[in-house]
Design a protein around this ligand. Structure first.
Ligand code: CA
Length: 509
């Protein structure tokens, strides 16, 4: 007895063939539908950057004094990053890293532009996030502080943005201090005049009468409403709570109980930032585009020592301008219901604002990864395990740092005791003509901190863990060699003296 005849085998084959063909066609149709849906549903991306906001000044990051319910809400329904870093502890280089996804040392932007370099601009040969997103069909708007060059060729509109409303400088005044209800630092007439006249819409000067944070928020809301039907990237780069400390009555009222004026005004400024985040969220919800908008909230560096205790980088030590954790670790929140599957959690590996390039571009369907920029989405979605970075690196002149999952090696130059360096009235060291000389052979000291056990960097454990220190020093030297040929655009002009473990060091920024 024959189990099968040839005809039945043939008809079986043709049946399987038809089935396969049908499945293949269905797959093709689903893929093209998916692809079509993806191109039409690219997420909006909103980056809300605070200026000099301390890690310990956000409710969900530990503040007991300042109330930030809207930022906290974004973190608790999104992802909170307790170990997020900027690539430099001052404004301009931190932003240069963030905006390009490349450690700014790689493109010569190691310091704040100042003195003879005040008119310099970030290297046009390096792509910005906006330039990359434009290729993915994004409309790019920046509202607020740019600080990466004031000349036309370095202007945001020359660096991938379609519109700009804000300040090209490192800051501005927030409001005319003579207005009723305004409190804050006493400002000279000259400072008020300059600060009220450095605001632009695209290339044209504009007058802004409102409190600057409110004006930026309102403009951001207008842009969201106008661009709701196409994928947009909105870089809302607030100038708050950077100096000058200034706040209006509506924000001060919540903090009348704080006696110290600086602390009261600073707290109110953070309050205005929280209101801004709330207005952005409410606008997105009203337009029903909240779920498909990725929002990142963070700061460009830690809060500053020179505002005399008004702010907090707790639980860390150090401030803006320091490579201690207080200078470089920042509050960082990401929220995107459509793209982050396991939201409402903390992501605990170290990440960097340098990762925003790869992360934003991946969300947009492109590729923004660089030597320094890693797409964080597969990590926070649990698709990739392990840490996104084996090492993170920092450099500002002779100050160099490297960290892995647990350890941080910090290198600093002791201040030469035989040289009498004078300070200006702001406490900055007065540089010699033409900036500070950078001598690679100057003496340096090394510190090893166990960030897992001692995130406040209170104990230098370098003598206890020589193998760890050697490994990190080797990695530091490898990286320094990698960036050693880069032609710097900026020279170090600004400098201060700081103390670490009872010895004086010189910081450059
Ligand atoms: Ca800053």
């Amino acid at each position: 007895m024959r189990l099968f005849n040839a005809n039945s085998i043939q008809s079986g084959y043709s049946c399987i063939y038809s089935l396969l063909r049908a499945s293949f066609l269905i797959l093709l149709v689903s893929l093209s539908t998916l692809l079509h849906a993806t191109t039409n549903n690219k997420p909006n991306i909103i980056l809300i950057l605070a200026d000099d906001l301390g890690y310990g000044d956000v409710g969900i990051f530990g503040s007991k004094m300042i109330s930030t319910p809207r930022i906290d809400q974004l973190a608790s329904s999104g992802v909170k990053f307790p170990q997020a870093y900027v690539s430099h502890p001052v404004c301009s280089p931190s932003r240069a890293g963030l905006m390009t996804g490349l450690n700014q040392v790689r493109h010569g932007w190691e310091f704040n532009p100042a003195g003879r370099d005040a008119e310099a601009g970030m290297d046009n040969g390096v792509q910005t996030i906006a330039e990359r997103l434009r290729k993915q069909g994004y409309y790019n708007a920046i509202v607020g502080k740019w600080h990466l060059g004031k000349q036309k060729s370095h202007h945001p509109l020359s660096r991938g943005f379609d519109e700009f409303y804000g300040v090209l400088d490192g800051g501005s005044v927030f409001v005319d201090p003579n207005k009723p209800g305004v409190e804050g630092t006493a400002l000279s007439e000259e400072r008020i005049h300059f600060g009220m006249n450095n605001r632009y819409r695209n290339f044209d000067k504009v007058e802004i009468d409102d409190y600057l944070t409110d004006a930026f928020t309102d403009e951001a809301v207008r842009i969201i409403k106008r661009k709701k039907d196409q994928p947009f990237f909105l870089y809302l780069s607030h100038t708050t709570p950077h100096t000058p400390l200034q706040a209006t009555k509506k924000y001060l009222d919540a903090y009348r109980h704080i006696e110290d004026e600086g602390t009261r005004v600073y707290s109110a400024m953070v309050g205005s930032l929280d209101v801004s985040v709330g207005k952005i969220v409410d606008t997105l919800k009203a337009l029903k585009i909240f779920d498909n908008t990725m929002i990142v909230f963070t700061s460009d560096n830690g809060c500053a020592e020179y505002i005399l205790g008004a702010c907090s980088n707790a639980p860390f030590r150090g401030f803006k301008r320091y490579h201690l954790e207080g200078g470089v670790r920042v509050p960082f929140v990401m929220h995107w219901p459509n793209g982050i599957k396991n939201s409402s959690h903390e992501y605990n590996s170290p990440v960097s604002t340098l990762d925003l390039s790869a992360t934003f571009l991946a969300a947009a369907g492109g590729d923004g990864s660089t030597e320094d920029s890693v797409n964080l989405l597969p990590y926070i979605n649990g698709i990739k395990v392990g840490a996104p970075h084996k090492y993170l690196h920092w450099k500002a002149g002779p100050t160099v740092a490297v960290r892995d999952e647990r350890w941080k090696l910090l290198r600093m130059a002791p201040i030469a005791s035989d040289v009498s360096i004078k300070e200006d009235i702001g406490g900055r060291l007065i540089p010699p003509e033409g900036g500070w000389p950078m001598d690679d052979n100057s003496p340096v000291d090394y510190f090893l901190y166990d960030l897992e056990k001692d995130s406040a960097e209170t104990s230098n454990v370098i003598t206890h863990y020589p193998t760890v220190a050697n490994r990190l020093q080797k990695e530091m030297n490898r990286w320094l060699l990698e960036v050693s040929d880069i032609q710097p655009i900026l020279s170090p002009i600004r400098s201060i003296k700081m103390q670490n473990h009872r010895k004086d060091y010189q910081l450059f920024f």
